[in-house]
Design a protein around this ligand. Structure first.
Ligand code: ADP
Length: 479
């Protein structure tokens, strides 16, 4: 890794303001998915160490919550600026541990910085209410207070942004955080912690630990000091955390899997729709929870759309994310490749037509696949594919498209293309999903509430709603 600031690559944990190795002496090795070479290692903490980090966060909460919102905002703003200053190095670290193309990694660093910036501004707008009381001389005061120590668990697909958008909201609200990044991509989170330290985040306010996910998850759910868990990851683990959180009634936000439909109606701008579909399907090699997983195309424009897609998919260059012009990096690991092959084989067996790609893997690299004539009974319609496989299903009517779009237990993102304003209103109302992009697929930004319904979870991140997740309402009756 060629870094201008090599100290950004921290192979230690950070809690209570100190960089530490684990008392266990054990490590987790981290490999580059493009080369499969080990790029470094991080400590595997014991459960007792997780508890110590939580206690440090509890101690730090006493003064952090009393800090003025302006001061908290100032620190978050400085942190955001440091991310922007170091975006080249942070992108280098991310591409090395996660595989995504450098340009996407840089985009993610800017996106992460935008959450720190947004919540630096939101910190000072944590308003309450004064409500007219029901007896003379009384007043009802409503105040929003930080919930306490928060645990954040993040996935490997957006190693810096998923953590930044949690920690920015939590710290703005006055909470303190213990974070556990994915074991496959811990270095981006540790670099975030280093820049936080430099920005003046006080000791114990933001802590990052690495280790065995089940043991850390158990401590997070069983330790009564933790009042909130914000999780981004699979629906399977989300459900597990919900069960385990019953012990302490720990508040949860769960941002889980998706199975996004993208509908192209025959009144759409087809070039725009194809561009949107390509961007939303192939970003991060198809490994995002808001990726297009099911493409629904009205039969009257089906042939035209498939032709346009064929050209666009064939152009996407596959390779090591460090190389110029690469649009599709490797998948994260072998089990991701196996899932892709399962979905591909199942679709072919059930009659899909191969237009682009070959359904084979070269190490963790996969040529993007375009399939035509897919059907709703195929596996990719039931499960998130998380790979560069785009499969199109033709449909005839708007009702049929809505029925197909909603025929999934998930409900995170959905997209559709149409230029008929009445249809836009009808379809936006009818689709069961937390987020909808109309004639647009780049829907995630700091100003908007990100989150899902059904098996995609609950709670929102970003926007003013995102801070509510870290606040409790206290009402005071003034007699
Ligand atoms: P994915 O399939 O995308 O890797 P996971 O839900 O397995 O999604 O992982 C998301 C995050 O959840 C990662 O940080 C992972 O280490 C963590 N995780 C996995 N299992 C558990 C668990 N039992 N308790 C807490 N966190 C977990």
């Amino acid at each position: 890794m060629k870094l201008k600031n090599p100290e950004l690559l921290q192979q230690a944990n950070y809690w209570d303001g100190l960089w530490r190795q684990s008392a266990t002496g054990e490590f987790i090795e981290v490999a580059n998915p493009s080369t499969r070479m080990v790029i470094g290692k991080v400590p595997r903490v014991s459960r007792a160490e997780v508890a110590s980090a939580i206690t440090a966060a509890e101690q730090a909460f006493i003064s952090w919550r009393q800090q003025t919102a302006q001061k908290r905002g100032q620190i978050l703003r400085g942190w955001s600026e440091l991310l922007l200053q170091h975006q080249e190095d942070l992108a280098e670290i991310m591409t090395s541990e996660q595989g995504k193309p450098l340009a996407e990694a840089k985009g993610e660093v800017r996106y992460a910085a935008s959450y720190l910036q947004w919540f630096s501004e939101e910190a000072v707008r944590n308003y309450g209410d004064i409500i007219p009381a029901q007896k003379p001389g009384q007043k009802i005061l409503v105040q929003k207070q930080p919930i306490g120590v928060c645990a954040c668990i993040t996935p490997w697909n957006f190693p810096i942004a998923m953590l930044a958008r949690k920690v920015a909201a939590a710290l703005a609200a006055g909470c303190t955080v213990v974070a556990k990044p994915a074991e496959l991509t811990p270095f981006s989170a540790l670099a975030l912690a280093l820049l936080g330290e430099r920005a003046g985040v006080p000791a114990g306010v933001f802590n990052v630990i690495t280790g065995d996910s089940a043991a850390i998850g158990d401590e997070f759910t069983e330790n009564p000091i933790v009042r909130k868990i914000s999780f981004t990851g699979s629906t399977r683990v989300g459900k597990l955390l919900q069960q385990k959180s019953a012990t302490n009634l720990t508040k949860l936000s769960l941002e889980l899997g998706g199975n996004a439909p993208l509908i192209i109606f025959d009144d759409a701008d087809l070039d725009l729709a194809v561009k949107g579909a390509i961007a939303a399907k192939f970003r991060n090699a198809g490994q995002t929870c808001v990726c297009v997983n099911r493409l629904l195309v009205q039969r009257t424009v089906y042939e035209q759309v498939m032709q346009k897609l064929d050209g666009a998919v064939a152009e996407l260059k596959v390779g090591d994310g460090h190389q110029e012009g690469v649009k599709i990096g490797p998948l994260i690991n072998q089990s991701a490749v196996e899932k892709f092959i399962r979905h591909f084989d199942d679709a072919m067996e059930k009659g899909a037509k191969l237009i682009c790609g070959d359904g084979k893997s070269d190490n963790l690299f996969i040529k993007p696949v375009l399939l035509a004539d897919a059907k709703p009974n195929m596996l990719f319609c039931r499960e998130e594919t998380f790979a560069p496989l785009l499969a199109a299903i033709p449909f005839d009517t708007e009702e049929e498209a809505i029925q197909l779009a909603n025929d999934t237990p998930y409900g995170l993102a959905a997209y559709f293309y149409s230029n008929n304003v009445q249809r836009i209103m009808r379809v936006s109302d009818a689709i069961e999903s937390g987020m909808i992009g109309v004639n647009e697929t780049a829907i995630s930004n700091a100003a908007a509430p990100f989150g899902g319904v059904k098996w995609s979870g609950y709670g929102r991140e970003g926007s003013r709603y995102g801070m509510d997740e870290y606040l409790t309402i206290k009402y005071v009756l003034m007699g």
